[in-house]
Ligand binder design. Structure first.
Ligand code: GDP
Ligand code: MG
Length: 302
């Protein structure tokens, strides 16, 4: 049996379910999911290894018009994420009418020129007859190699999707060891988990002006006491946000910390001592070097 391997990029406007899909395909949580857009700030890789193939997924920030320095950085990330990949997956939310950002995503796939699938996600939310006109609408913009209705949530058609993806990959050896799940260090994942809990807990009150920096990720006692010590600083843009985050008598921050700790413990298979600090740093998003706060590839945060 021949072995196939290759790189697959997920594209699509924010909130269409790209991170959910990535996690569902991998059967593990490597990308954070949020009901609000723009929680994925960096490119994430997830690796799926089967007997006959290895698929390396590149998740991207949602396609959108750059508004700030961070926004520009993210769009650049989308374009880069397409370089040299074998397949582009455009994910749209089938339960919503297509908009300009969906068109942008399709346009990126068209310009990419390689194999591409259109994934109509969230079909658990719609009546099947609604799909055909939607598919027709997208087909007019770009002749995708496949149009697949899926649900990342209920896993409908995900096995089929996996098979179709593998068919598109060239023959070749695995890029990573078979047990690799992601190229993200645990330290980075820890920050993402804290960020996810923050988003879940604060909803609309604290907008996107949040960054999480892992100050220490200390595994010195991992073997002796099965314990990992994590200190994280949460940066907010406004003093008022600090109060909201912390909550009355620190209740909210405690809740965030507890949820993040439980998930970290499950991820690491160790006990975790998690300490959270909240600091105000106005305008962090427009400062030079901000990418160091949000992308571990640029090195340790300052
Ligand atoms: P991303 O911004 O494209 O990465 O989107 P996320 O993966 O963060 O998902 C955005 C929201 O859509 C979350 O609330 C998900 O739970 C939800 N979602 C994702 N996939 C599905 C799906 O197949 N069906 C339904 N009903 N909701 C979904
Ligand atoms: Mg995402």
């Amino acid at each position: 049996m021949s072995f196939r391997s290759g790189f697959v990029t997920l594209l699509g406007r924010p909130n269409t379910g790209k991170s959910t899909l990535l996690n569902a395909l991998l059967g593990a949580k490597v990308a954070i999911v949020s009901p609000r857009p723009q929680t994925t700030r960096t490119r994430l890789q997830g690796v799926l290894t089967r007997e006959n193939a290895q698929i390396v997924f590149v998740d991207t920030p949602g396609v959108h018009r750059p508004a700030s320095r961070l926004g520009e950085k993210m769009m650049q990330g989308v374009t880069e994420a397409l370089e040299g990949v074998d397949l582009a997956l455009v994910v749209v939310d089938a339960s919503r009418a297509p908009n300009e950002e969906d068109r942008q995503a399709v346009e990126l796939a068209r310009r990419f020129g390689g194999a591409s699938f259109l994934l109509l996600n969230k079909i658990d939310r719609i009546a099947k007859p609604a799909l055909l006109p939607l598919i027709e609408q997208f087909r007019q913009q770009h002749s995708f190699d496949e149009f697949l209705p899926i649900s990342a949530l209920t896993r409908e058609n995900l096995k089929l999707l996996e098979e179709k993806i593998i068919e598109q990959l060239p023959e070749g050896p695995a890029y990573f060891p078979a047990d690799t799940l992601t190229d993200q260090p645990l330290r980075f994942l820890a920050g993402e988990i804290v960020r996810e809990k923050l988003f879940c807990e604060t909803r609309e009150e604290v907008p996107y002006g949040i960054a999480v920096v892992i100050d220490t990720f200390d595994e010195a006692e991992a073997e002796s006491r099965n314990l990992v010590r994590v200190h994280a600083t949460i940066f907010v843009e406004k003093e008022s946000h600090k109060g909201i985050l912390i909550g009355g008598q620190g209740a909210r921050l405690k809740r965030i910390g507890r949820e993040a700790r439980q998930e970290l413990e499950a991820l690491l298979g160790r006990r975790v001592y998690l300490e959270l600090f909240v600091k105000t740093r106005a305008d962090w998003r427009r400062q030079a070097g901000v990418e160091r706060l949000v992308d571990w590839r640029h090195g340790e945060p300052a």
